[in-house]
Design a protein around this ligand. Structure first.
Ligand code: ZN
Length: 178
């Protein structure tokens, strides 16, 4: 089932998500619905707060660009209770988008490499060293679990520049529907 997105201005996006102690059938269903939603939006990541659920889970996938109009996605993956460590000193800048802030793209500087561990849908801990795009996706989604958005991590100059667009998103999506 495709889930409804929460947008910038919704207070749930600023809250800290709670640890998942037990992977119940509801969590399994949630992860499947999140993957379906991510696929539907042609996105590379989706965190639970973005669909109104304050739990430490996100889904993500890799992205390979072959040419400008030829690209493919990696298989969807699920991360539960993620923990990021050992960020590299080397930083990298990349333009990021977010489903909760439609049409808004900002340049974000993040570590190039990280170490990550998280539980898969069976509760088993997986560990890996990530680099580049896939590391960035995980950092972006993990931020959502702590109430942090990409606009918080861009330059103050860029944050100022996107203010009108932020107000527009807030107005468009938090307006009460008749
Ligand atoms: Zn996002």
């Amino acid at each position: 089932m495709k889930l409804n997105l929460r947008y910038y201005g919704d207070s749930i996006l600023r809250k800290t998500a709670l640890r998942i102690d037990e992977i119940t059938p509801e969590i399994v269903q949630l992860s499947q619905d999140m993957i379906e939603t991510m696929n539907d939006y042609q996105a590379v990541g989706l965190a639970a707060p973005q669909i109104g659920c304050l739990l430490r889970i996100y889904v993500f996938r890799d992205f390979h660009s072959i040419s400008e109009d030829n690209y493919h996605f990696g298989p969807p993956e699920i991360a539960i209770n993620p923990e990021i460590s050992s960020p590299s000193k080397e930083m990298e800048e990349m333009v990021e988008g977010c489903l909760s802030l439609p049409d808004l793209h900002v340049t974000v500087k993040r570590p190039k490499k990280i170490h990550i561990r998280y539980q898969d849908i069976h509760g088993n801990w997986e560990e890996s060293d990530l680099e580049g795009f896939i590391a960035r996706v995980n950092m972006h989604e993990n931020d959502h679990l702590n109430g942090v958005l990409h606009i918080d991590r861009t330059s103050s100059k860029e944050r100022k520049a996107v203010q009108p667009l932020l107000q527009k998103i807030k107005h468009l999506h938090t307006k009460k529907k008749p």
